[in-house]
Design a protein around this ligand. Structure first.
Ligand code: M6R
Length: 619
């Protein structure tokens, strides 16, 4: 949450910062600001609202200079207003910073600083860091023990040891006009290396197009950036050599193209992104899947007797599909655990339990914490992750990248289907190590190979989804119902609708409905039944009839050629027929499109839904 951008070099910084904030805006978008240091003075522009509004402000009141920092906010402490927007000043304005994260002991620190005479102008936890830095600089200057860069590094170090919580920080000191300082614990920062210039950002998206050389900062590291130099100091290890990695991202990857919203663009990318998730991962000779980065021997993999999948939100829903797949095809007892619960729970886990952290961003605080907790207990922890170089990808013992490209829409779509694809490959992989026969493995491979084309066909239901959306977009409640592999699809459909259209929606196993949610059924509450042909199709039809008997409108997601359903449901969205275990990849497409069109018709901001942020880096 929150996006940080910083630059030091030879170019005018204002537009670099504004452009970077636009590209980071999906991380938080309630306010934005920049600060530029020029001629020993810090110029500040900040504003509640979108980056566009900040852009307007700086075009009217421009800032000159070639070093600066910027921030787009997702509020944690303090309401959304101009004052609480970042950057924040410390002391009498001699320190300026942007912060991503949460300082848990800010209230105590604030009181102590107030007692020393520091005046607070905001309700944020971040301002505490700015004043603490100002205090430490002053103290060290008075002591006279250090000067120059060392003084500022010492001030930062002695500030950071007082903080409890998480931070990604970028700091300017008025008296240190040729250095930009950054530091992190728990909130991601990536440094971009250019020709006589350096960048820093919360993720790589604003760096694409400027440089393809990056350094991912690790926890407890401070980086000192100047135009021509980069130094990194670790809290315990001292100076460390920056590990330069190649950034495989183009600026165009994050562009909207002809689509009105990123969400729609990303929905329509799915034939390609699913293909990318499978590319190079089939071994036809052995009828299995191959993964380059698991970093475990075949022997270690064979010993695995339990799998725990941990994730949040949409990634958790993909994990639930994974649980069904791994148990069915590999016969490995599997559980999907909410990361926010697992991090504090202490479930018994056998020595040979393997953990998969599933995450699009690779930065979700709870998923990271759950993964670390399992790792600490000695379990092999792997990541199924989209974002290359993210903290979870780097800290896991190994993993599988989704290769879905940047997902900008806050509502996750293409990452979900890529996660499900990878989990299907994993089930095939573990299955072939255990009970799955060669012909069964081959069949799975050939079914998977058909999926991109079938998703392409499923996308043709867009017009029908628009029609159905138009009919129901004024409803206040929706039920989403499905069974077996389509239960996670129902959960995901309900989440998509809630998050972008603000309509209350519940996902349930269709038969479980009778144990409570059926009380919600009335003429105004549509039920979306995910009912492609499957082994228990007649059972789901009975559940559907129960809703009809209570005059509830029914929208069915069904297989092409299913004539029966048309007689029962009020509206049917047809999708191609596939094997049951692959239905989530197809049936989720109309649900994504339905939510999208409903949100558009309700005038909601599809890509930037209220209160949400793409990457949840706070607990
Ligand atoms: O980046 P992650 O996959 O770890 O994110 C997990 C959730 O925050 C995320 O899936 C969230 O639920 C999405 N907004 C859903 O569309």
């Amino acid at each position: 949450m929150c996006g940080i951008i910083g630059y030091i070099g030879h170019q005018q910084v204002q537009n670099i910062l504004i452009d970077g904030l636009h590209r980071l805006e999906y991380r938080g978008y309630d306010s934005a600001g920049i600060a530029v240091l020029e001629g020993g003075e810090i110029g500040l522009r900040k504003k509640a609202g979108r980056v566009q509004e900040l852009g307007q402000l700086v075009s009217e009141q421009p800032l000159q200079g070639s070093m600066g920092i910027g921030h787009t906010r997702w509020a944690t402490h303090g309401e959304v207003n101009d004052a609480n927007s970042h950057p924040h000043l410390g002391g009498d304005g001699e320190v300026c910073l942007v912060h991503n994260g949460v300082i848990e002991n800010y209230s105590k620190l604030r009181k102590a600083l107030q007692a020393k005479g520091y005046e607070f102008h905001t309700a944020t936890d971040s301002e505490v860091i700015a004043h603490l830095l100002a205090f430490e600089v002053k103290r060290l200057k008075e002591d006279g023990d250090s000067e120059g860069q060392a003084l500022y590094v010492n001030a930062i170090q002695s500030t950071l040891v007082q903080l409890k919580g998480t931070y990604g920080l970028a700091v300017l000191f008025e008296d240190c006009p040729d250095k930009l300082f950054v530091a992190r614990v728990g909130s991601p920062l990536v440094i971009g290396i250019g020709e006589n210039e350096h960048f820093v950002a919360s993720d790589a998206s604003p760096l694409a197009g400027h440089t393809d050389e990056v350094v991912y900062l690790s926890d407890n590291e401070i980086a000192i950036l100047s135009a021509g130099d980069l130094q990194i100091i670790h809290r315990d290890a001292g100076a460390v050599n920056p590990k330069i990695e190649v950034l495989d991202q183009q600026a165009a990857d994050s562009e909207l193209g002809d689509f009105p919203h990123y969400m729609l663009k990303e929905i329509f990318e799915q034939p390609q992104t699913i293909e990318n998730a499978m590319r190079g991962r089939f071994n036809d000779d052995e009828a299995t899947a191959v993964f380059g980065g698991l970093n475990l021997t075949a022997q270690q993999l064979r010993r695995i007797d339990r799998v725990v999948l941990t994730a949040c939100g949409t990634s958790w829903h993909a994990g639930l599909v994974g649980e069904y797949l791994l148990e069915e095809f590999a016969r490995i007892p599997t559980e999907v655990e909410y990361a926010s619960e697992l991090r504090y729970r202490n479930p018994p886990m056998s020595e040979n339990t393997m953990i998969f952290a599933i995450t699009q961003s690779g930065e979700t605080a709870d998923t990271l914490a759950a993964m670390r907790e399992c790792k600490r207990k000695g379990h092999p922890t792997l990541a199924i992750c989209n974002t290359v170089g993210s903290t979870i990808a780097r800290e896991a013992d190994g993993g599988i990248y989704l290769h879905a490209g940047p997902e900008i829409g806050v509502a996750s779509t293409k990452a979900f289907t890529s996660q499900v694809t990878v989990l299907t490959l994993l089930a095939l992989f573990f299955g072939r190590m255990r009970h799955l026969s060669y012909p069964a493995g081959s069949r799975i491979i050939s079914h998977l190979r058909e999926i991109p084309e079938l998703v392409e066909q499923a996308l043709k239901c867009n017009e029908m989804c628009k029609y159905v959306a138009d009919k129901y977009y004024n409803s206040n409640n929706f039920l989403y119902l499905g069974r077996l592999y389509n239960f996670p699809v129902a959960l995901e459909g309900a989440l998509k609708l809630k998050e972008i259209s603000y309509i209350h929606a519940e996902g349930y196993p269709a038969a479980e409905m009778k144990h409570g949610p059926i009380a919600l059924v009335d003429e105004q509450t549509p039920s979306v039944f995910v009912v492609p042909r499957c082994g228990i199709y007649p059972k789901v039809i009975s559940n559907l009839e129960e809703v009809k008997a209570r005059k509830g409108p029914v929208i069915a997601i069904a297989c092409q050629g299913d004539d029966k359903i048309a007689e029962l449901a009020d509206d049917v969205i047809f999708v191609p027929d596939v094997e049951e275990y692959l239905q989530p990849l197809i049936a989720s497409i109309p649900l994504q499109l339905l939510s999208y069109h409903i949100a558009v018709l309700r005038g909601c901001n599809v890509d930037r839904p209220r209160n949400l942020a793409k990457s949840v880096t706070v607990e």
